[in-house]
Design a protein around this ligand. Structure first.
Ligand code: SF4
Length: 365
């Protein structure tokens, strides 16, 4: 077992299906003289130390702007990208660097729903072939009749019926919502423990988004699945998830129960994301004080020192420019990385320590 678990891992091992511990992905970039002079780091730190626990039967949201590292995190969990550092623990076993045999077993247990269902299917395959393919790869169902029975059952689960009609269609003969149902069915047919859903409804008409999320939530409950729901849309995350983690520039800024994070956000970035969501009740104003974010998201090749959000935060203090805040407990199972949640004395000491460290590093450089 990994001894370097973060202090905010509260859940017992037997309740947890997946642990992501200090996961990092740094992509090397070509270094030009101008970048060296500007102090640019020669790596894009797309994911810069992400840690969370995913419990059995839980839906955890990973929310943030484009480029915050949430999709890269999902790809590392799916083993589509090799982490630069950190570990993945699945059912108590470290699976970060496994051999091919164990990897196939892991891939069967951890499945992914992609953003674009059309691009994720072979256009020459009929629906029945799309759904049979994972069974053949993982050698599930000894006979054709057994496999057809499984395909029928999973199509009923995602409400694509009758089998005789839809199984003979090609992906282009389905609507966007039907395609995403088939993409979901393809993951469910292997009876996984975990599903990583990366923006599963962002390419679907607004009118069908709620239906698809409702279908996913129903099968998640029926099959007691764990879901990692990756999205930029905090309003659907509220409806769909049990807990939400808010990511910014490769790190988690806040994590906690969805109601708690949405109703009482303790990080200015979460507050800005939530306050930007329209209130669905006509005439009712969003009760959260609107906190606009200033400027653009900085480059992941040049992450600001101190709190990485300080260049855009209207509440930034002196300490924020030099010392990086840790995730601190701010409520029941609720953590936020912001100096506003500490007292003045802590901020003063942290700032002095950070300045002293910077000075000693400058002397030895
Ligand atoms: Fe803003 Fe400072 Fe909190 Fe960062 S630590 S979010 S800069 S107040």
């Amino acid at each position: 077992m990994n001894d370097n678990k973060p202090h905010y891992f509260e859940f017992d091992d037997q309740d947890v299906v997946l642990e992501v511990i200090n996961l990092q992905k740094h992509f090397p970039i070509r270094r030009h003289a101008s970048e060296v002079l500007a102090g640019a780091h020669p790596f894009v730190r797309a994911v810069d130390g992400v840690s969370f626990q995913l419990r059995r039967g839980e839906i955890l949201g990973l929310v943030g702007e484009s480029g915050c590292g949430k999709t890269t995190t999902g790809k590392m969990i799916m083993k589509l990208l090799e982490p630069t550092h950190g570990s993945l623990v699945f059912n108590g076993e470290d699976v970060t660097h496994t051999g091919k045999g164990s990897e196939i077993h892991y891939r069967r247990r951890v499945q992914m729903v992609f953003q674009d269902p059309y691009a994720s299917m072979n256009p020459r395959f009929k629906v029945k072939d799309v759904l049979e393919e994972p069974l053949l790869i993982h050698k599930v169902g000894a006979t054709k009749a057994e496999r057809v029975q499984k395909i029928r059952a999973v199509m009923e689960k995602v409400k694509i019926t009758p089998y005789e009609e839809y199984s003979e269609r090609h992906p282009h003969m389905l609507s966007g919502g039907q395609r995403q149902r088939i993409a979901t069915a393809r993951t469910l047919i292997l009876e996984p423990s975990v599903i990583v859903a990366d923006e599963p409804v962002s390419m679907i008409d607004l009118s069908t988004r709620a239906e698809i999320l409702h279908m996913m939530k129903t099968v998640q409950r029926e099959m007691e699945l764990s879901f990692l729901y990756i999205t930029h849309d905090i309003s659907t995350a509220r409806y769909f998830t049990d807990r939400i983690s808010v990511m910014y520039l490769g790190k988690i800024m806040e994590i906690g129960p969805s109601d708690s994070v949405i109703d009482q956000p303790m990080h200015p970035y979460s507050r800005a994301l939530i306050s930007a969501v329209c209130e669905p009740v006509p005439g009712k104003a969003n009760e959260l004080k609107v906190l606009p974010i200033t400027g653009e998201i900085p480059s992941a090749a040049k992450i600001p020192a101190g709190c990485r959000f300080h260049t855009r935060c209207l509440e930034a203090m002196e300490v924020c420019k030099v010392a990086e805040p840790e995730l601190l407990k701010v409520g029941k199972q609720h953590y936020a990385a912001c100096w506003l949640n500490t007292d003045e004395e802590t901020r003063r000491k942290s700032r002095e320590q950070a300045v002293a460290q910077l000075e000693s590093r400058a002397k030895t450089a």
